[in-house]
Write a protein that binds this ligand. Structure first.
Ligand SMILES: Cc1cc2nc3c(=O)[nH]c(=O)nc-3n(C[C@H](O)[C@H](O)[C@H](O)COP(=O)(O)OP(=O)(O)OC[C@H]3O[C@@H](n4cnc5c(N)ncnc54)[C@H](O)[C@@H]3O)c2cc1C
Length: 338
């Protein structure tokens, strides 16, 4: 028995939940499949979003951010006083988006792992279930199976490791640590009330150094944070820029959204806002069937920022970066935008 739906959404992260909601609001029969048992858990995220997606984050905000402090190698911080955003409870955020998709009428199924997508568009689940739809929205993250099925694969990735630690003093800035010791990535301390997410990312070739890099960063913060590790996470971020966001598997149209479409920023690694925006557009396009228009919308929204970030990232990776090169490669500095 192959179950039928109008639209199948793979993954219920921010992109998938936004897509499922938008498509269900347009009256389509939407089935959304997520391998996690509880939406948003485990969290693999530093939880910062810029001010732009206020409506979606309501209820999940844990702290306001006003500024960004950038540390280049061992120098004192450069402060950008006007860099607003919010720190989220990412588990609550994802769960909230899934609840809104379900309210709109999407059939959101947790604990459903997609193991294969056949050439004819049939989606096979680990529990033996099989589903087919007119449209598949691939919102299944950086290593998307939907993307693989249509030949759109994120090949450039950053590997990350993050710990949550006690934060001893209130802080309203995101701290960024730039160093030649973190090739292709950077370190971060993002405050969330009485704790902070402290992490680092690097190119995959340096993955083996991540634990040491993070321990050194932790030690360098002295009394600002506690020694205790409250949680550890990590994961990959796609940093190669936007992929071809749609294709076909016989009669089935496949649209990609969020990390599956390569929409995370190649310099900052931020991808939550792009996932929400692209997910909503993918849900609308899935309902209308207008794939080329979807691609155009993504290009209009994201291409310029992604192209600049890709250029800067490539410049940084050409040789061991000087302090000036690190500044030119980071969004807080005017050189980045020149
Ligand atoms: C350590 C770390 C820190 C980050 N910090 C930030 C930050 O501070 N701010 C920011 O904006 N971005 C951050 N990002 C990036 C951000 O998390 C992603 O860009 C964002 O989650 C993309 O949303 P998405 O819905 O496209 O994908 P995801 O959130 O990855 O959701 C994909 C969903 O698909 C599910 N799935 C995958 N495969 C299958 C399968 N086979 N079957 C069923 N379900 C499946 C997954 O379980 C997941 O729930 C960070 C990423 C990492 C790794």
């Amino acid at each position: 028995m192959i179950e039928r739906a109008d639209i199948l959404v793979l993954g219920l992260g921010p992109a998938g939940a936004s897509a499922a909601r938008a498509a269900a609001q347009r009256g389509r029969r939407v089935v959304a499949l997520e391998r996690k048992r509880k939406a948003g858990i485990p969290v693999q995220c530093a939880e910062f979003v810029p001010a732009m997606i206020d409506a979606e984050v309501a209820g999940a905000v844990r702290q306001r951010i006003q500024a960004m402090a950038t540390f280049v190698e061992d120098e004192a911080a450069d402060l950008q006083p006007d860099f607003p955003g919010q720190m989220l409870d990412r588990a609550a955020f994802d769960a909230g988006l899934v609840a809104r998709a379900a309210q709109a009428g999407a059939d959101c199924r947790l604990d459903r792992r997609v193991i294969r997508i056949a050439k004819d568009g049939t989606v096979h689940l680990a529990d033996g279930g099989r589903l087919r739809a007119r449209v598949i929205v691939g919102a299944d993250g950086p290593r998307s199976q939907a993307g693989r099925a249509i030949g759109s694969v994120n090949t450039d990735l950053v590997e990350t490791r993050q710990v949550t630690v006690p934060l001893r003093q209130p802080h309203a800035a995101t701290d960024i640590f730039l160093s030649a010791d973190m090739p292709g990535g950077y370190g971060w301390l993002f405050p969330k009330g009485g704790v902070a997410n402290l992490g680092a990312g690097v190119v995959p070739a340096h993955r083996g150094c991540l634990k040491r890099i993070l321990e050194r960063l932790h030690a360098s913060l002295g009394d600002r944070v506690g020694r205790e590790i409250l949680a550890t996470t990590g994961g990959v971020i796609p940093v190669g820029g936007m992929l071809q966001p749609w294709g076909r598997l016989e009669e089935t149209l496949v649209l990609l959204a969020g990390d599956a479409a390569g929409l995370a920023n190649p310099v900052t690694g931020a991808g939550i806002a792009a996932a929400v925006q692209s997910g909503r557009l993918a849900g609308e396009a899935a309902a209308s069937g207008a794939a080329p228009a979807y691609q155009e919308e993504l290009e209009d929204l994201f291409e310029a920022a992604l192209a600049r970030a890709l250029r800067r990232r490539r410049e940084l990776l050409e040789r061991v970066p000087t302090k000036a090169a690190l500044r030119r490669g980071w969004i807080a500095y005017p050189e980045y935008w020149q």
